[in-house]
Design a protein around this ligand. Structure first.
Ligand code: 6R9
Length: 665
């Protein structure tokens, strides 16, 4: 009997390994939100009015009069003339429509605490905190910075800001004090909501200390609100300009704050992301287009229905959490799961324990997590009943076919479609993926562009590449969830995303093409495989890090003269950071300096940017025009053949670096 099962398993593995196309499971198709492939033609024929389907998912205070205003490209505007409030759409209307007792947020702390917020509970606390924020002086259009880990007060604060028309700027809790200060200064943000601490692998981390240190780097006065997460574990000392979240909320218990009606194009939030230069980019998202697009993609790609329990295991500090933990699911009135901790605490089955406990219908996570699960083995998912799952999703980086198939088989039991969703902070929501009830899945390829999305793969001249060839991903039509600009920097917005493939002097919207800075391939069925960044951005565990940011942190360390940073393959993280460092003449390369460099990076950005290796070298490989040839450093880090070094000014240096790597110093 045991042997039969083993044989079956081996046969199954072999069958899966050979299979490169998977049809959506019949049981899924029968109940899917979209099951008719006519949607692609419908959207193409009726563009841009097709996006009224998305706008219809939200309630408008004032109906819009124009679907797309493209009179001033690339400053496209959506649903103009309309007004709405995002907090009303995520709360009040569900409370009014009979869903007040449904769980809105199902939160689980790392130590196993549970908190359930019904829509009514969430409505009450958001209103109370919105009133509290007003006490501090927050008005519409003031940017409020939220520096919090995965605790319910983070989405509560986001919705409280949205309620009073104050854009939020969430800074990932794992980012350093310095990163917080940079973002607060860039946004002129005079308000901060943070917390005393949180748990990581059982330890209480002092978050307030990091926030205080960050505030010392802010060049203006800031009113701070502190959430008490740890109770007695860490006492937070409130100085001048600091307020207790609990007190503010208690003071306004039961208050109703009238949602401020926002123009469709008013800013909902800012999200800073890494770019090619050292300075992070403040991506601006607006209310009408973003919310409609987040809701539409949640409904049609993740197949979310109001009665579902849906879990996106990302962090709200990234765009994925904004669109697919908070705004998309709450706009649809479903139950969204939030988990504070890491997937291997207390044991490596934590995710599967939660899927079973809450009977999760959809799970949306990152390839890096899936690769870890794969490494840990099937014994962990096998401990739990995962039969509640109906759909699986991935986001953040390319997923290799082996990891895709592992997820499909061992988590989804071959009953769940897997959506591999390509998108970015800038796009606001998903852009390229199969529709789970319609399209065949091809592991490793995200799929076709969503209906209404004009994604293409082109060559340097902007002409579509032949099937099978690699080129650059572009988007030739605007979409509702798109960023509107980089905060206070329209020029950089044009330079970063449009100049490459647009006629920037033209008023004709057809002459404008968005460039996401990713490489890609396309096959005969129009399926797009995204290959990764073509700029100097490293994708570590699905998180974007700019090489320039890391290099400037390293150069800031005493004893360092010059540094080059590259991303190289890593079997779990996707990419890892490798640093090549030239020391100053009087500094000694060695472990002590290496430690200081690593610490310097952690202080400037955060532990996610920690270099995997630091190699000391007397020189960096440079082209004749003096540019660092990062490609060669990537080859060195990957242990690949070095290829052509003839364009180097200093060809010998690569061998020296290689020798240093081999010698481990
Ligand atoms: C949502 C998010 C965006 C960059 C993007 C690309 C990479 C995201 C992907 C993917 C291949 C996928 N990326 N999803 N690459 N396949 N399904 O991750 O936003 O943090 O801004 O990163 O991530 O390189 O350009 P963000």
């Amino acid at each position: 009997m045991a042997d039969d099962t083993d044989d079956d398993a081996v046969e199954l593995e072999a069958r899966l390994a050979a299979q490169d196309t998977f049809e959506p499971p019949e049981s899924f198709v029968e109940q899917a939100n979209v099951a008719d492939d006519g949607i692609y033609d419908e959207f193409a024929e009726d563009w841009p009015d097709c996006w009224e389907d998305a706008a219809a998912l939200v309630d408008w205070d004032e109906p819009y009069d124009t679907v797309l205003d493209d009179s001033n490209p690339p400053f496209f505007e959506w649903f103009t003339g309309g007004s709405l409030n995002a907090s009303y759409n995520c709360l009040d209307r569900h409370v009014e429509n009979g869903a007040k007792n449904r769980a809105a947020i199902q939160w689980e702390g790392e130590l196993g605490e549970e908190r359930t917020y019904t829509y009514q509970d969430l409505y009450r606390e958001v209103n109370a905190f919105a009133a509290g924020l007003r006490d501090l002086g927050v008005e519409a259009d003031d940017v409020v910075t939220l520096y919090m880990p995965m605790i319910p007060e983070l989405p509560i604060a986001m919705l409280a800001c949205a309620r009073i028309g104050a854009p939020h700027s969430v800074v990932f809790a794992g980012f350093s004090a310095n990163a917080l200060a940079t973002r607060m200064n860039a946004a002129d943000s005079e308000y901060l909501v943070t917390c005393d601490g949180y748990y990581r692998r059982g330890d209480a981390l002092n978050h307030k200390g990091k926030a205080d240190e960050g505030l010392r780097g802010v060049d203006h006065d800031v009113e701070t609100v502190v959430v008490d997460r740890l109770g007695d574990e860490l006492t937070h000392f409130l100085g001048d300009h600091a307020h207790d979240y609990g007190e503010l909320v208690d003071r306004h218990e039961g208050t109703h704050v009238e949602p401020v009606s926002r123009d469709a194009e008013d800013m909902l939030f800012l999200m800073y992301t890494s770019g090619t230069t050292g300075e992070p980019k403040g991506v601006k998202h607006t209310t009408g287009g973003y919310l409609s697009y987040a809701a539409w993609t949640t409904q049609n790609v993740l197949d979310v229905k109001p009665e579902d329990t849906y879990w996106c295991a990302a962090d709200i500090g990234w765009i994925t959490g904004h669109s697919y933990i908070v705004y998309g699911p709450l706009a649809l009135g479903t139950t969204t799961v939030m988990y504070e901790g890491t997937p291997d605490y207390p044991e490596r089955d934590r995710l599967w324990e939660l899927v079973e406990k809450y009977r999760v219908d959809q799970l949306y996570t990152a390839p890096t997590a899936i690769r870890s699960f794969m490494k840990w083995g099937t014994e962990y998912p096998n401990r739990h009943d995962l039969s509640s799952l109906r759909l699986l999703g991935t986001v953040g980086e390319p997923i290799n076919p082996r990891a895709w198939k592992w997820y499909y088989k061992h988590i989804g039991n071959e009953d769940c479609p897997v959506v591999d969703t390509w998108w970015q902070t800038e796009t606001g929501g998903m852009m390229i993926t199969t529709l789970p009830g319609v399209g065949d899945m091809k592991p490793g390829s995200a799929g076709p562009p969503l209906p209404g999305i004009g994604a293409e793969v082109v060559d340097v001249a902007g002409d579509p590449v032949d099937e099978g060839n690699a080129g650059y991903l572009t988007v030739n039509k605007p979409w509702p969830g798109m960023l509107r600009t980089l905060y206070k920097n329209d020029e950089r917005f044009i330079d970063e995303y449009w100049r490459e493939y647009s006629d920037v002097d033209s008023d004709d919207p057809d002459d404008w093409t968005y460039f996401p800075e990713d490489g890609a391939k396309i096959d005969d069925d129009g399926y797009i495989t995204v290959l990764g960044r073509v700029d100097d951005v490293i994708n570590v565990s699905g998180h974007r890090l700019g090489t320039m940011e890391i290099e400037s942190a390293i150069v800031g360390v005493e004893g360092v003269a010059e540094a080059a940073v590259v991303g190289a393959d890593h079997d779990v993280k996707g990419e890892a950071v490798h640093a090549y460092v030239i020391t100053e003449d009087d500094a000694t390369p060695g472990d002590a300096l290496r430690e200081r460099i690593i610490q310097g990076v952690e202080d400037a950005i955060g532990p996610i940017a920690r270099p995997e290796s630091v190699v000391f070298t007397p020189e960096l490989p440079k082209t004749r025009s003096g540019k660092i040839m990062r490609r060669l450093l990537v080859d060195v880090a990957n242990g690949d053949d070095l290829g052509d070094t003839s364009t180097l000014r200093n060809p010998d240096v690569v061998e020296d670096i290689q020798a240093a790597v081999d010698a481990g110093d």
